[in-house]
Design a protein around this ligand. Structure first.
Ligand code: FES
Length: 105
């Protein structure tokens, strides 16, 4: 089942920084690469309530600010311990300059 939700305007998302949103009760981080946007879970799977978007972002990797696990923001894959689980990845569509995220995808 799809549940497409508006996440904001593409123009409001910077390329150099994670863009944290809360949609349908889910903490999601948007990462912009030109006209492409990736949406992944923003909660570190290692210890719950740590926001990855407050960590260090470079290339396509976000580093958890708490214990420095890294994740690929395009695939959600965890790249190193202590976290073991991947991030959820959400489908993204851009329509009329608006970013839509499928929170059930
Ligand atoms: S809380 Fe993110 S690596 Fe520990």
């Amino acid at each position: 089942m799809s549940n497409w939700q508006r996440a904001g305007a593409l123009d409001d998302i910077q390329e150099e920084a994670p863009h944290a949103v809360e949609i349908g009760g889910k903490a999601i981080a948007l990462y912009r690469f030109g006209d492409e946007v990736c949406a992944v879970g923003d909660t570190c799977p290692h210890q719950g309530d740590v926001k990855l978007s407050e960590g260090y972002f470079e290339g396509d990797t976000i580093e958890c600010p708490m214990h420095q696990s890294c994740f690929n923001v395009r695939t959600g894959k965890v790249l190193g311990p202590p976290a073991r689980d991947d991030l959820p990845v959400y489908p993204v569509r851009i329509e009329d300059g608006q970013v839509l995220v499928d929170t059930e995808g």
